[in-house]
Design a protein around this ligand. Structure first.
Ligand code: SAM
Length: 287
């Protein structure tokens, strides 16, 4: 998978160099790059924002630098896909992928005429995720959908957001998904992108050491996960539930399922109401 992030604060994305995502990049499972729209400005001050039409507080991100930045990463993704399709020699080495890299806009002269976005003919159009408190709420289901894509691009708005024409224009060449991290307002899209990229990339085969750990997670089967315990069996006079020490796998499984149901009913009754009755067995109904 290829992930491009457009941000005027590339340093915000540095945590993506760490832990499992950083390792996935080093291992070549993931290509990750950050592009600064300021590199696509033409004025001395590298201006990316201006006052809003119609008046009001705050500034709005200008469409041109964001569109040039988007076009450059779509082109780069298309070129990479085309060259990997054209590669016939089985021993051809994968290009080493640096950790989080910034795209210094070397392929686009500042002020160059806007070229149309071209998508490698062998791959689907990239998905442009626009983080926004006005977007659809990001969920585990959406994380799975995005994890199946070849090329994701995230456009991190700031201030009052990005001029709507950037999004309208992008729709002609990429699939746009405005997504919200939740019902609150952040200062910029970067924090939302860190969360979304982590949720998506851990679902890509090869990123998480033990893929079985994904199977019983909260939000995967419509329920929250059961409580977990480790050694010692008694800690500060608090004992681990006896059933977990019994070695009886069937009963442990039933206990965990009951815990999932009661915890979900208590903390997220909306999830219980949304459950498909076909997902429940007779023993579940007794909880
Ligand atoms: N004026 C906008 C509104 O009321 O919808 C909020 C703009 S916010 C201050 C600046 C940027 O932060 C947004 O463009 C978006 O990229 C990001 N952002 C803020 N809250 C977010 C959320 N809940 N989910 C995803 N992104 C968010």
């Amino acid at each position: 998978m290829r992930i491009d992030v457009l941000s005027i604060f590339p340093e915000y994305l540095q945590p993506l160099n760490l832990s499992l995502i950083g390792k996935a990049v080093t291992d070549g499972v993931l290509h990750l790059a950050v592009t600064d729209p300021r590199d696509f400005t033409t004025d001395r001050h590298r201006t990316v924002d201006d006052t809003p039409y119609g008046g009001g507080a705050g500034m709005v991100m200008k469409p041109e630098p964001w569109t040039l930045a988007l076009e450059s990463v779509v082109r780069a993704g298309g070129d990479a896909a085309a060259s990997s399709c054209a590669r016939t020699a089985p021993e051809a080495p994968e290009t080493a992928v640096p950790a989080v890299v910034t795209n210094p806009a070397q392929t686009t002269e500042p002020g160059a005429a806007t070229s149309s976005l071209t998508v490698g003919k062998h791959s689907a159009a990239p998905v442009l995720v626009v983080p926004s408190p006005a977007g659809e709420v990001f969920t585990q289901r959406i994380a799975y959908e995005l994890a199946a894509e070849e090329h994701l691009i995230f456009a991190c708005g700031r201030y009052e957001g990005i001029d709507e024409r950037f999004i309208d224009n992008a729709r002609t060449e990429v699939r746009v998904r405005p997504l919200s991290l939740g019902d609150y307002v952040l200062n910029g899209g970067e924090v939302a992108v860190l969360a979304m990229v982590e949720a998506v990339t851990r679902l890509i085969p090869g990123v998480i050491g033990n893929p079985e750990s994904l199977a019983e997670e909260s939000h995967t089967g419509g329920l929250l996960e059961y409580p977990v315990y480790t050694k010692p069996a008694v800690w500060r006079e608090r004992a681990v539930p006896e059933i977990l020490l019994s070695g009886h796998h069937g009963r442990i499984e039933r206990w965990r399922r009951d815990q999932q149901l009661s915890r979900t009913a208590q903390r997220r009754p909306d999830m219980i109401l949304a459950l498909d009755p076909a997902q429940l067995d007779r023993a579940d109904l007794a909880v």
